[in-house]
Design a protein around this ligand. Structure first.
Ligand code: GLA
Length: 389
């Protein structure tokens, strides 16, 4: 049985009623890290790893009752207060989603369900965006709310903020608008996007999981990085009213503020401007079929995150460094919010097994934990795979 069949079966065993099935993908980001909340450009895609939600209406006094083999728990709550305190993080996401929907005036009936998935958790592949977007999409369908995708994205983002991560909109757009075979060239200022075919020729994308779990919302440096960028914008804005985000700042202007902002904040902002430029260069290289250049930009992005944005960890840096001696690997970098998680790697398909074996061995020797590798493909965004006739 597939995970999807299993979750449908288990839902029916438990609740003996009609249900819908929603498939919500995780995401990877080819390049453009920590650029979304600075309203720049990013290049993510939905991936062929998912969270599956079987959902139905219920008459229970609990507004939500959802069991989950994936999270190994059951979520059961009414929603008569806004407190998230003490809840396991996946239940925080569900409850915060309901709070956000209610705050927008949506009338919701009680829901029961089952959730499973194969997105590695805390690995920088956006299991939380998949959970929130999939849940909102399912609730919208069950209650015939017809919430448009762009609004689902904003509600899912507000949910993350409520849980504690001041994220941008990249993950939600990737999860909701993904298209097989394509990356999404998303402009986070206008929220316009275009699909760019991901034709990697003789190369494959392999995700390497360091097994260092990142908990971005729980007081990590993520929010502090965002605050640093905002401090720089605020300083520049005093003399340039037209500057409302780092997207509105060019290198020349930034340099002229070097002595007026904190040195570390300056380094962070400079990274963001460089990363945004790399996204533009990568889009162009992809469209021209210059895959080797794409790979170079990935390495540059990684070293920017390591040295200037300072969001990598030694395990992740080793995963990237171990690829360097291989001519069969043309690019590698950490993916997602940072402080652990995964790298993405562009590896010659024919040499994949041999390269990964070497990396796994060296990594295990140093950190005494076996990394995991996944082949991934850009996939469709959130969608319904079953509804009662
Ligand atoms: C997390 C956030 C995103 C984005 C990335 C870094 O995934 O949720 O909004 O900022 O980190 O690019």
């Amino acid at each position: 049985m597939t995970i999807l069949q299993q979750i449908a079966y288990r839902y029916y065993q438990q609740f003996k009623q009609q249900y819908i099935l929603v498939k919500a993908p995780g995401r990877f980001n080819l390049i453009g890290e920590h650029v979304d909340y600075n309203l720049g450009l990013v290049l993510p895609a939905a991936i062929d790893k998912h969270i599956y939600l079987a959902l139905g209406k219920s008459n229970d006094t609990n507004l939500v009752e959802i069991f989950s083999p994936y999270f190994n728990q059951t979520a059961r709550f009414t929603c008569d207060n806004d407190s998230l305190e003490g809840l396991p993080s996946w239940i925080k996401y569900l409850k915060a989603t309901i709070i956000e929907l209610k705050a927008r005036g949506y009338a919701l009936e009680a829901v029961n369900g089952a959730i499973d998935g194969d997105i590695p958790l805390g690995a920088g592949l956006s299991s939380s965006a998949a959970l929130c977007c999939g849940f909102i999409y399912g609730i919208s369908y069950l209650n015939q709310l017809k919430i448009p995708r762009n609004e689902i994205a904003v509600i899912a983002q507000a949910t993350e903020h409520r849980v504690g991560l001041n994220c941008g909109l990249m993950d939600q757009y990737a999860v909701l608008y993904g298209k097989a075979g394509h990356v999404i060239g998303l402009d986070c200022r206008s929220l316009n996007f275009r699909y760019i075919p991901l034709n990697l020729q003789e190369y494959s994308i392999v995700v390497a999981n360091s097994k260092i779990k990142h908990e971005l919302a729980a007081g990590s440096g993520y929010n502090e990085r965002r605050a640093a960028c905002e401090r720089v914008v605020e300083t520049i804005n005093r003399n340039h009213a037209e500057v409302n985000s780092l997207r509105d700042v060019d290198f020349h202007t930034l340099r002229s503020y070097k002595d007026k902002v904190d040195a570390i904040d300056y380094k962070r902002a400079n990274y963001v401007l460089e990363e945004n430029q790399r996204v533009i260069q990568t889009m162009k290289a992809l469209e021209d079929g210059r895959i080797a250049s794409v790979g170079q930009y990935l390495y540059q992005s990684h070293y920017g995150m390591k040295l200037d944005y300072e969001i990598t960890v030694p395990e992740i840096d080793l995963l990237v460094d171990l690829t360097k001696p291989f001519k069969e690997v043309i690019g590698s970098r950490m993916v997602g919010g940072g402080f652990g998680g995964c790298t993405i790697n562009l590896i010659e398909t024919a040499a994949k097994a041999q390269v990964l074996e070497h990396i796994a061995q060296e990594y295990e020797n140093q950190f005494h934990v076996a990394p995991e590798f996944y082949d991934i493909q850009p996939d469709e965004g959130v969608h319904l795979v079953h509804a009662p006739a």
